[in-house]
Design a protein around this ligand. Structure first.
Ligand SMILES: Cc1ncc(COP(=O)(O)O)c(C=O)c1O
Length: 388
């Protein structure tokens, strides 16, 4: 039987549209910087891809910088901005639930002398905008706040937040990696200065990220070398992955019905689980959320143990962020939202994608319900044998 893949926020399977073209793209193997004819094809392909991506995301072609992925884009934007900012303007704000590629970059900026403060996020996912506004100082150089959270799917009010930052003369970056293909947005409408997306989170191939840098914002390049990406990122371009992103971006104008299909699968999944298992709380349920993501606390069940049991029974899920599983540390983002350690360790993240069907939802519930019941009864027996 087909496995159930509910871990699309970690990475997505390549889309059939991408798979169908990979061999064709492999023929465009030349170096786009070469002057001869073998370089001209890739150069044109790269230019067209950049144009498709830019116009669909509300950017100008020259505002798109290709990198190796979301992590590199975040590093480039944040560090590169810092390196170009006068040292007197040394205050930074970062959201409490950012991905490690943002959070750890700011941790590093601190060691370079920056003052970094964290914008709190409430347990239900809300951001107190008045408090946020009061945190911005005349010396605040950059605010970084994600469009949608990878663990809970909560969508944040980025447009409002960028407006508040701009009114105070501060630059705004948003990590939009999880939003791409799951909600409608564009950089121009959001009126942000920097943004990040990544191809492999939207059915493209690993190895291409976009750093959107609005005209007038040029971070210092982290990778020195050739003049690619207008000296903002050296290195021969990953044409294959860039073309896969452009191919997926071309589907965006028709994506609304797919978003609604996935949303209704996710809603069905949540209500079936809550109807058959007691003590299940869905984080951010009353907030605007991504169509595909569900993050639930299942009381009395260890998330890691549950994940391994579900894996053996044919379902791939995650608990907290994929990058932190393997370590038993509860997710820092969930902790920052005010979940206790025990709650954070009892979370299950289900993230759906284009391959999922109603049958996956039904089959998943058939696996999950007995597994949770069994783990809970084991837990109870253990407590009893300990005389509690
Ligand atoms: C919100 C967010 N930002 C950035 C990244 C990093 O992207 P990449 O894996 O392309 O480096 C991820 C991936 O987990 C993510 O979820």
């Amino acid at each position: 039987v087909k496995r159930i893949y509910f871990d699309n926020n970690a990475t997505t399977p390549p889309h059939p549209l991408v798979k169908a073209k990979v061999l064709e793209w492999l023929e465009i193997w030349g170096n786009p910087s070469s002057i001869h004819i073998d370089g001209r094809g890739p150069k044109t392909a790269l230019r067209d891809a950049r144009q498709i991506i830019a116009s669909s995301l509300g950017a100008k072609a020259l505002e798109i910088v290709f990198t190796s992925g979301g992590s590199e884009s975040n590093n480039f934007i944040i560090k590169g901005h810092f390196f170009r900012t006068p040292k007197l303007r040394n205050h930074y704000l970062v959201g409490a639930t950012e991905h490690p590629s943002v959070m750890e970059t700011f941790e590093w900026l601190k060691t370079e002398g920056a003052e970094v403060e964290v914008i709190p996020v409430e347990r239900d996912g809300t951001v107190d905008l008045e408090k946020y506004e009061s945190m911005i100082r005349p010396t605040t150089s950059l605010v970084s706040f994600m469009l949608a959270n990878n663990e809970t799917g909560v969508i944040y009010p980025i447009k409002k937040m960028a407006k508040i930052a701009h009114a105070k003369g501060t630059t705004f970056h948003s990590d939009c990696v999880q939003g791409l293909g799951k909600m409608r947005f564009n950089f121009h409408d959001l009126d942000i200065d920097y943004a990040t997306v990544s191809a492999h989170k939207f059915y493209g191939l690993r190895g291409c990220g976009v750093a959107y840098c609005k005209t007038g914002n040029t971070p210092e390049s982290l990778i020195k070398g050739g003049g690619q990406e207008r000296h903002r990122r050296a290195g021969t371009e990953n044409i294959l992955s860039i073309l896969s992103l452009a191919e997926m971006i071309k589907t965006l104008p028709q994506i609304d019905s797919e978003i609604e299909r996935i949303r209704s699968l996710r809603d069905k999944l949540e209500s079936e689980i809550q109807n058959s298992i007691s003590g299940v709380y869905i984080t951010g349920r009353n907030q605007k959320r991504l169509c595909n993501t569900s993050n639930m606390i299942i009381n009395g069940v260890d998330g890691e143990t549950l994940l391994m049991n579900l894996d053996m029974k044919g379902a791939s899920v995650s608990t907290g962020a994929a990058c932190s599983s393997g370590s038993q540390e509860p997710s820092p983002a969930l902790r920052a939202m005010g979940l206790t350690i025990a709650e954070a360790q009892s979370t299950l993240r289900l993230s759906l994608g284009f391959e999922n069907t109603e049958s996956d939802v039904d089959r998943f519930c058939e696996i999950l319900v007995p597994t949770v019941n069994r783990l809970r009864s084991l837990d109870l027996r253990e407590l009893k044998s300990n005389g509690i």
